[in-house]
Design a protein around this ligand. Structure first.
Ligand code: 6R9
Length: 648
């Protein structure tokens, strides 16, 4: 029997104590599909509304009139829901456990403290002139101030746009410009695995290319000297001195924007995915509670970075809306050594642990001892997100990390979906390693063929979602047409995910990976077009084509075919230069793993690059290249094969 056929039933005691068992899942799922208005009308009440909604779902995915509104006449404040409403009986409960990069540094922040700090932050932003609807770019490492800044924006109705602190100055500038934000929040430096990241320096560089930035608020983190420009740059600790510790939360309409988060697509520059207030928070909090079987008192840890959507929904908004204790980790899994995750689990008695397959695979490569010398007794539930988890990594996670006691929730979702869409509920769903299993409440997944024909039963196809859910993105910021084109044009009336998927006899979903030109490197989404345009921006490069290939740890690696302009040699030094160039243009996560200099790229007669062929060569599967007869210049293929970089 292959791994894929293994079934891990729900442990009896887990089912007994779980919020949702299988019978309840079936019942609630059916209700959510039969009558979404009634279902979400009821579940929207999990939040505290300053004005109760009377409307629930108002959505059209038609081409002519694409709009998505949930709870639209209701009003609420996200910061109030994540903090103030818990103060009555949980003021002294820990809201955030911060664990530093340095294992000797950690801090517990209670809801009362969080309230004061977020209020103070909000008042500082107000004093800097930030108003409701303004965009604020946040470029911070994983320090508590990142959460304060997000919640402070939400408190005063400003729209935050977080840019992952691993992105370059160039990438940051593009995102600042796209949403025209005039305020940036950053730190002197970040710290990861004892190495510092020059954040303020990057911001200084970025604003040379970003017009209209008036104010930069700088958090002192490492304390190393940075340059501060008078009139523009403000130290957080100076601005915060003596500032009032109360700030009234602003009542927001349910459909007022909460945040923009840039994500890569198959074409062009990253898109500003826009999420709004009410539906997003209902979705983030409800999925957090049910998927993680969260109960009061649990210590919950999601290892993502707040620069990604997982950090937004499952470090900050979902858990805090549920009054959970959420752990925020500044460091990396392998510093000081590969026991770090498990030492942190033991140190803070973590019950629920949520990470990415790439981290699991990297730790798996370091051997069991790093895990086995720790206790991990506190763990009750494990989670996975970001890319398909291969069954070997799943079983290692289950047996070695979880000691075969803890269910694993393999959660499939996207920046665009706001929260988890397909996932086991740990008290309800028997697990199959590698499958995200079944849809969450309200989610109607369908598999379609390339013509859009809906496929029934056990089959494989493109994954679409056929009806709206409260957490879905509302638009691409500043470009509603792109929202339509990207998600609703391939299969009219349905949301296209960009993922391929198989459904088995039990109705379980198995995500097979992207079917577009997006690659997934260590769980980070990367548009091949972005890496290509960075490469061709280099003086010596005339053309580039980028594809993904299977990588043991990263899931996919980045393989770049580069054609140089005439008279230049593809030396190993130049290959190194190009890798550094891409790092500087986009960030270290986009560094090509392999560069192959190619005198020509395989193209159709109409000039389209045949990526299928490039993918095969990168995978070292060139014996089966399929039909190359339509190529303009079939000989280039021989050279590509000859000089392939992944020879087995
Ligand atoms: C949350 C997040 C989204 C893409 C998505 C898919 C892949 C995410 C997955 C998964 C298989 C899972 N993906 N979770 N594939 N199984 N459990 O990662 O958002 O960065 O927007 O990436 O990631 O390909 O389309 P985002």
């Amino acid at each position: 029997m292959s791994n894929q056929d293994k079934i891990f039933p729900v442990p009896d005691d887990f089912a007994k104590n779980a919020l949702i068992d299988d019978t309840l899942y079936q019942k609630m799922y059916q209700a959510s599909i039969d009558d979404p208005d009634a279902f979400w009308g009821e579940h929207g009440k999990r939040l505290s509304w300053s004005k109760q909604y009377t409307k629930v779902k108002d959505v059209s995915w038609s081409k002519e009139n694409l709009h998505v509104n949930w709870f639209s006449d209701g009003e609420l404040n996200v910061s109030y829901n994540c903090i103030d409403r818990h103060l009555k009986d949980k003021a002294d409960q820990i809201a955030i456990i911060w664990e530093g990069d340095d294992p000797n540094k950690s801090e517990n922040i209670t809801f009362a403290q969080l309230h004061r700090r977020v209020c103070r932050f909000a008042n500082v932003l107000k004093s800097m002139g930030v108003q409701k609807g303004d965009r604020v770019t946040i470029y911070l490492p994983m320090i508590p101030e990142a959460a304060y800044a997000m919640l402070a924006c939400a408190r005063i109705g400003a729209i935050h746009s977080i840019v992952f602190a691993g992105f370059s100055a160039e990438a940051l500038a593009g995102r600042i410009n796209d949403c025209r934000s005039s305020v940036i929040i950053t730190a002197d430096e970040g710290l990861r695995g004892s190495k510092s990241v020059p954040l303020k320096k990057n911001v200084d560089e970025a604003v040379k290319h970003a017009l209209g930035v008036d104010k930069i608020l700088v958090v002192e983190n490492t304390g190393n000297p940075v340059s501060m420009k008078g009139g523009r740059d403000i130290w957080w600790h100076e601005a915060a001195t003596g500032v009032d510790e109360f700030c009234e939360p602003v009542a927001m309409k349910a459909e007022d924007p909460l945040f923009i988060l840039y994500t890569s697509g198959s074409t062009g520059q990253p898109k500003g995915v826009l999420h709004t207030t009410g539906g997003y928070l209902v979705w983030a909090s409800m999925t957090h509670e049910y998927v993680f079987d969260y109960k009061p008192g649990d210590i919950y840890w999601c290892t993502a970075d707040v620069g990604w959507v997982t950090g937004h929904s499952y470090i900050v908004y979902g858990p805090l809306a549920n009054a959970a204790t959420t752990l925020m980790f500044e460091g990396v899994p392998t510093y000081p050594d590969a026991s770090r995750f498990w030492n942190v689990v033991d140190k803070h008695k973590v019950n629920i642990f949520y990470t990415a397959p790439t981290a699991i695979r990297a730790l798996m490569g370091q051997g069991e001892d790093f895990v086995k010398k720790t206790s991990r007794k506190s763990l009750r539930l494990l989670g996975s997100v970001g890319e398909p988890i291969n069954p070997e990594a799943w079983e290692w996670y289950y047996k070695v990390v979880g000691d075969s006691r803890c269910p694993i929730v393999d959660t499939w979702w996207q920046t665009e979906t706001g929260g988890i869409m397909i996932s086991p509920l740990p008290g309800a769903t028997p697990l199959k390693p590698g499958s995200a299993t079944r849809p969450f409440f309200g989610i109607k997944p369908e598999l379609v063929d390339s013509e859009g024909v809906v496929l029934e039963g056990a089959t494989e196809g493109n994954l679409v979602i056929s009806d709206s859910w409260p957490g879905q993105m509302r638009t691409v910021y500043g470009d509603h047409q792109r929202f339509k084109d990207t998600y609703f044009s391939a299969y009219p009336g349905k949301y296209f995910t960009g993922d391929g998927c198989r459904r088995d006899e039990d109705g379980y979903y198995w995500i097979t990976g992207r079917v577009d030109d997006v690659i997934n490197v260590s769980g980070h989404r990367m548009g091949t077009a972005e890496v290509e345009s960075a490469l061709v921006a280099h003086d010596l490069v005339s053309e580039a084509a980028v594809v993904g290939y299977p990588h043991d740890v990263k899931g996919q690696g980045i393989y770049a075919y580069v054609t140089l302009s005439a008279g230049n040699d593809g030396t190993p030094e130049l290959a190194k230069d190009l890798v550094n160039w891409v790092r500087a243009e986009i960030g270290p996560i986009a560094s090509p793993d392999k560069i192959q200099f190619a005198p020509g790229l395989p193209k159709t007669r109409s000039g389209k690059i045949m990526r299928r062929i490039l993918r095969k060569i990168a995978e070292d599967e060139f014996s089966n290249l399929g039909d190359t007869s339509t190529l303009a210049d079939p000989e280039v293929v021989d050279d590509l094969i000859e000089n392939r970089q992944n020879k087995k």
